[in-house]
Design a protein around this ligand. Structure first.
Ligand code: DAH
Length: 343
């Protein structure tokens, strides 16, 4: 026991003499290290007579605790002294400006997506999140694309090992799922927006990527008419692009709507006069839309002689590109901070 006391006194005396970080580390290694004095004392326990072992073990542990807390205290003391020296010696200039911190920000697509969703939420639309991995049946057949219909070629598809399971090429299959899940067997009205990533097996170019977002919308009710679609969507576009935005509906074709329309806004870059972005037409296409096809209503569980609806779909990346005159869609997933940092 007196040997332990002796060790403790020696160690604490030595610690008082320690004045540098190196000496401190050496002291720690000598007394508390894996080959240090305390470890050595502990390993001697086998040679202690059995009746004294417990007391010996406790004493060595008490020694270890005492040295550890003395070490911590000395370390803090030395750090404080070093700081004091730096301050007094002028090595630390507390009047310097702070360094600006890099702060994260939202991806431009996320910003546009949130802006779009906030407007639809204000207009009473619920968010319905559908799946990215879809059945071919949902993505096409239920949406009134007959098998071998040429319109399937408009959307080149990523197939999984099971060819009936694909990555959705558009958010429209969510319409069918929303009708089944929220429609209660075709008895309840629906007003939803469906945001999400879509995937197409396409050549990547400045204008097309293999993945992109869409925001789909679906309204089903009694007496829902084309004027509801036009009024609702015009209101949305005014909220997104400004109160004075002019809107144009152009006849088009989609298998899942009848009639179908594409929706244009007056080019906000040139005010309709004609520029490179609007290809000198004065108009920018921002969405597809139409009255839900009776077959699609039926596939969603609704009786089309009683229920009607409208739907729309738009691409936030495209809208972001138009808004900021971005020339190349590949920037969106290129992870280049010089691009992303601008938003
Ligand atoms: N799904 C279409 C596409 O990806 C976009 C679309 C057009 C969605 C018309 C709709 C719609 O809901 O009514 O090209």
């Amino acid at each position: 026991m007196s040997e332990l006391k002796q060790v403790e006194r020696e160690a604490l005396d030595a610690l008082q003499g320690v004045a540098t970080a190196e000496a401190l580390a050496a002291w720690k290694s000598k007394y508390l290290g894996s080959k240090g004095v305390v470890r050595d004392l502990l390993s001697k326990i086998a040679s202690i007579p059995a009746e004294a072992r417990k007391a010996y073990g406790q004493e060595v542990n008490a020694l270890k605790d005492a040295l550890t807390s003395a070490f911590d205290a000395r370390e803090a003391q030395l750090a404080q002294a070093a700081l004091q020296r730096d301050l007094e010696g002028g090595a630390l200039d507390v009047t310097l400006d702070g360094r600006p911190r890099q702060s994260g920000r939202l991806h431009p697509s996320t910003q546009t997506l949130r802006q779009i969703m906030a407007i639809w939420a204000d207009m009473g639309f619920q968010v319905y999140k559908s799946r990215d991995v879809e059945l071919d049946d949902m993505n096409f057949t239920q949406l009134n694309f007959p098998p071998d219909h040429p319109a399937r070629d408009m959307q080149d598809t990523f197939y999984t090992v099971d060819p009936s399971v694909i990555l959705r090429t558009h958010t429209s299959p969510g319409q069918i799922r929303a009708m089944h899940e929220l429609g209660e067997n075709g008895t309840q009205p629906i007003r939803v927006v469906l945001p999400g990533m879509c995937y197409r097996f396409e050549q990547i170019t400045t204008r097309s990527e293999v993945q992109f977002h869409q925001v789909e919308g679906l309204v089903v009710g009694r007496n829902v008419r084309m004027s509801d679609l036009k009024g609702t969507f015009t209101q949305f576009l005014k909220r997104l692009f400004g109160e004075n935005t002019a809107v144009r509906f152009r006849a088009s074709y989609f298998p899942f709507t009848e009639p179908s329309m594409e929706i244009d806004v007056e080019c906000f870059l040139c005010g309709g006069a004609g520029c490179r972005v609007c290809k000198y037409t004065g108009w920018l296409e921002v969405a597809g839309s139409g009255m839900v096809h009776p077959n699609v209503l039926r596939n969603g569980g609704y009786d089309p002689s009683v229920w009607s609806g409208f739907a729309f779909g738009m691409g936030p990346e495209r809208i972001t590109m138009l808004k900021h005159d971005i020339q190349d869609i590949r920037y969106f997933w290129g992870n280049d901070l010089r691009f992303l940092g601008q938003f």
